[in-house]
Design a protein around this ligand. Structure first.
Ligand code: FS2
Ligand code: SF4
Length: 541
């Protein structure tokens, strides 16, 4: 196996024996093959569009879900991945019949699934591209598209589609198979990926806010009640909504975990009396926390950590998520999922063990921040707020990520953190206080809601009458782990944001030459020590 798509890749180079995430070589091989056939199908759909023919929403959704399935920590279940390969091959063979001219199609578009799949996978993985710069650019685009697929999938679940995003995603996937493209062509495609990243995030923002209202300032309970509970993790708000509906009157409470925390900020979810609060922290602490929760856990997306036997029979997956031996709750777009198995099991479980108490505050997505715009602008103009620090992204296991806790602690008291994603758990429970009633940590929501941070920056640029987004008093110190952070990064680059600091390490999939392009064109940099970075961002301390 060879996988280097996430920040925790072995030795900052690549996982070759087994994934640091727990992914086994046979599963890694099937993920490679799924990517291969999905790229092949995308070449066919792109050729069909070139002939003026339409591609159905079902095909778009199949491609999107395939990509999401291969995101880090989403799906460890070889059988379900193989089923998706079969479905993709079937769809491809049908579409090939509609194509008038398939002469220019790549091998991936023509492969019919015959032969040994494990052997085939060995020939189509990341390392099948020999030139390291071309490989790096192809993977940068591919991982950005995986992130984009996550946004699309969540919007699709709320019955929202953007045909332009789907067509681009497929055209760009197909382009990663095209040996005639130069490094410059691929750099241009990286930028275009960022453009559609913004469009995909806007689509999801519209879908979420149309369905559930605009996030608003909310205090979220961290404690537990004395009823059995179900814990919902991942990012899919539609799954949460269905579960909340089905648990009404059952005596079973519902708690959020990790990236599901921001669901509490939406007005629509406040009407459920059994929606108790948030339990635990970021994804990587789940083994201890799931054990202590005592009740069923629903993983609606990544991040799954291979479970302990002590709670494996309480771990359920749905959507793109999967884990062998754990029950998968089926249900496609627009279908009602049946969560009765979780509810019945919950009734037999003791209430969760309390891990902490108190509350945290969030709900600072763009509409809420803009409602406070006058206050915020006045605080900046009056000098009460010196700078905003965007600390969005992901959390992870690496000890080096303690940097983010220490960095947040060391920040000058006249700075405000803008966050989104599970990166927030590194500092969202610190007593960082407020500035004139504005909390010093403004949580916009999930990594999926990073769009809000871009909207806030663009609106502040307007409010301050600036021509360049980089003239704002905002610095970017972003933590990445998996591929959704890649699309957020590309989206920010597309919007013209420069000098982003990315940590705790730069991606292993950036070759030295590609990393140089990002450094020279966009001022991308890694992180230093907390002391060095304080001085860099705020001058001598
Ligand atoms: Fe966190 Fe994991 Fe949100 Fe990432 S829960 S690192 O995949 O998607 O952010
Ligand atoms: Fe390794 Fe990350 Fe790939 Fe898992 S997703 S195999 S940890 S690079």
């Amino acid at each position: 196996m060879f996988c280097y798509q996430c920040q925790e890749t072995a030795g900052c180079k690549g996982c070759t024996m087994v994934g640091v995430c727990g992914k086994k070589p046979d599963v890694a091989a099937m993920q490679d093959l799924l990517m291969y056939v999905t790229k092949g199908l995308s070449a066919v759909t792109t050729a069909l569009r070139g002939e003026g023919k339409t591609v159905s929403a079902e095909i778009n959704h199949l491609i999107t879900l395939n990509l999401f399935t291969t995101i880090t920590n989403a799906n460890f279940d070889r059988e379900s991945i193989e089923a998706r390969i079969r479905a993709t091959l079937d769809a491809k063979s049908e579409l090939l019949g509609r194509l008038a001219d398939g002469a220019a199609l790549p091998e991936a578009a023509l492969w019919d699934g015959s032969g040994d799949w494990q052997a085939k996978a060995k020939t189509v993985g990341v390392l099948s591209t020999q030139n390291e710069d071309i490989r790096s650019l192809r993977e940068l685009i591919t991982y950005g598209l995986k992130g984009l697929s996550a946004y699309s999938k969540h919007a699709n679940a709320l019955l929202q589609d953007d045909g332009e995003v789907d067509s681009f995603l497929q055209r760009a996937l197909a382009a990663t198979l095209d040996d005639t493209l130069s490094a410059d062509d691929l750099v241009a495609l990286v930028m275009e990926t960022g453009k559609y990243g913004v469009q995909g995030m806007a689509l999801l923002d519209k879908a979420n806010t149309a369905a559930y209202g605009n996030p608003e300032i909310t205090r979220v309970n961290l404690g537990v009640r004395n009823n059995p509970g179900i814990l919902v993790s991942g990012h899919d708000l539609r799954d949460l909504e269905m579960l909340l509906e089905q648990t009404q009157g059952t005596g079973v409470d519902v708690y959020t975990h990790s990236e599901m925390l921001p669901a509490h900020y939406y007005p629509a979810f406040k009407k459920y009396p059994n929606f108790v609060g948030n339990y635990g922290n970021a994804w990587w602490k789940q083994k201890e926390e799931f054990e202590a929760f005592h009740g069923p856990i629903l993983m609606t997306t990544n991040c799954i950590v291979p479970p302990r036997d002590s709670y494996k029979d309480r771990l359920y997956t749905t959507g793109a998520a999967g884990y062998p031996g754990c029950t998968h709750i089926p249900g496609g777009i627009g279908e009602k999922k049946d969560f009765s198995a979780l509810i019945e099991q919950a009734k037999t479980c003791p209430p969760p063990k309390e891990l902490e108490s108190g509350e945290i505050v969030g709900g600072f997505a763009h509409a809420q921040v803009m409602a406070l715009a006058d206050q915020v602008v006045a605080a900046v103009k009056g000098g009460a707020i010196r700078k905003f620090v965007v600390m969005a992204g992901c959390d992870g296991r690496a000890k080096s990520r303690e940097y983010y806790t220490e960095f947040a602690r060391a920040l000058p008291k006249d700075t405000v953190i803008l966050t989104a994603g599970c990166a927030k758990y590194k500092y969202n429970k610190l007593p960082l206080g407020e500035i004139g009633g504005i909390p010093r940590v403004l949580d916009a929501g999930q990594c999926n809601d990073s769009y809000s941070l871009a909207v806030i920056a663009l609106k502040l640029k307007e409010a301050f009458g600036l021509d360049d987004i980089n003239d704002l008093p905002i610095v970017y110190d972003i933590a990445w782990y998996e591929q959704k952070a890649v699309i957020v990064l590309l989206a920010l680059l597309y919007l013209g944001v420069r000098n982003i600091h990315l940590g705790p390490t730069l991606p292993a999939f950036l070759s030295p030459n590609v990393a140089n392009v990002l450094v020279e064109k966009f001022g991308i940099a890694g992180i230093g020590t907390v002391e060095e970075d304080m001085e860099l961002f705020f001058g001598p301390q």
